[in-house]
Design a protein around this ligand. Structure first.
Ligand SMILES: Nc1ncnc2c1ncn2[C@@H]1O[C@H](COP(=O)(O)OP(=O)(O)OP(=O)(O)O)[C@@H](O)[C@H]1O
Ligand SMILES: [Mg+2]
Length: 242
């Protein structure tokens, strides 16, 4: 079953007399449980497409069906509801609240979902444990390393048990070793049956994905299976992370 289906999606921005076609015509289908990387030069439309797929934005024209539901013309409120239920989002800059602890940051989406405090704490602790950070629950973002911050962001993205994890340049602010640790975590998330889509500039990061879609000037340039899947360390050696 296709969890994501876009049909001839376009996104146009009008800036004074200029019209910017960020996306011209994008048709893709992603099955449940796939692991996809969006690549392409700067300005090719990767973030625009991710934001539409993640229901943070709507296309100017075309159709987007998410998990069997047409979301192309939904209102802000309806989109927010779909987003809460279906999507976990991870950003390059982590986007954690600086004054809140790891536990509080991870628990935040559960407030909107209507869980009581005890349930929020329990679920958030479990999500932190799943990213190997239950021993950092009381730390604030500035008391964590970059990789740990991103793992807290991943825990927050997954705490509501969404069907899809979306990540826009998740390793863009991380060094190579830490980037691979985050990819290791993505592999674990994918191997549990989740659908994962990430945007990356880096070929070695894209190689973790099982399918690579390259964009250029708002169009799909290529869309192929990755013949050379890079395996995460922990899956190869059976070694967990600290
Ligand atoms: N809100 C906006 N208003 C006007 N133009 C925009 C807006 N957002 C994006 N664009 C334009 O749309 C095009 C695609 O932008 P997008 O951010 O999707 O690129 P990208 O592939 O993610 O690039 P990068 O690799 O640099 O992040 C660019 O030309 C950009 O300037
Ligand atoms: Mg971008």
């Amino acid at each position: 079953m296709n969890i994501i289906e876009t049909q001839d999606i376009a996104k146009r921005y009008v800036m004074g007399s200029e019209v910017i076609e960020a996306l011209k015509s994008i048709t893709i289908a992603v099955k449940k449980g796939e692991y996809v990387a969006f690549m392409g030069p700067s300005g090719s439309g990767k973030s625009t497409l991710m934001n539409i797929v993640g229901c943070l934005d709507t296309p100017t024209s075309g159709r987007y069906v998410l998990n069997g539901q047409d979301v192309s013309n939904m209102s802000e409120n309806e989109l927010a509801e779909v987003r809460n239920k279906e999507i976990g989002f991870v950003f390059q800059t982590f986007n954690l609240l600086p004054r809140q602890t790891s536990l509080e940051n991870v628990a935040l989406p559960l407030i909107y979902a209507g869980f009581n405090k005890a349930d929020r704490t329990e679920k958030a602790m479990l999500a932190l444990k799943n990213v190997g950070l239950d021993n950092r629950a009381g730390h604030r973002p500035n008391e964590l390393s970059g990789g740990q911050r991103q793992r807290v962001a991943v825990a927050r993205a997954l705490v509501n048990d969404p069907s899809i994890l979306l990540a826009d340049e998740p390793t863009g602010n991380l060094d190579t070793k830490t980037s691979y640790e985050i990819m290791d975590l993505f592999d674990q998330i994918h191997s549990k049956g989740n659908t994962v889509i990430m945007v990356t500039h880096e070929e070695d990061i894209a190689e973790y994905a099982h399918r690579i879609i390259r964009l250029r000037d708002g169009l799909i340039e290529t869309d192929r299976a990755n013949e050379n899947i890079r395996k995460a360390r922990s899956l190869m050696q059976g070694v967990g992370e600290q």
